[in-house]
Design a protein. Structure first.
Length: 59
C-alpha cells in the first residue's frame, strides 16, 4: 500500500512509512489524520471491550 502512515508510540507523532521500527508504532493507516487518531480510537475500543467484559460478568 502506498502512502502508509503510522503513529509512533516512542515519539508520540505521526510518521510516514520510513520511520521507527513497526514494534514501536501503530498502523498502518491510509492517512495522517487516521494515524493521528490512533491512540484515541484504541482507548475507546479498550473501554468498549472492558464494558463488554463487565456486562458479561453481570450475567
Amino acid at each position: 500500500m502506498a502512502n502508509q502512515w503510522w503513529f509512533c508510540l516512542k515519539h508520540m507523532r505521526v510518521e510516514p512509512d520510513e520511520g521507527c521500527p513497526n514494534k514501536d508504532r501503530m498502523g498502518p493507516y491510509e492517512s495522517q489524520d487516521e494515524a493521528r487518531g490512533a491512540l484515541q480510537r484504541s482507548a475507546q475500543r479498550n473501554e468498549e471491550w472492558e464494558q463488554a467484559d463487565r456486562d458479561w460478568d453481570d450475567d
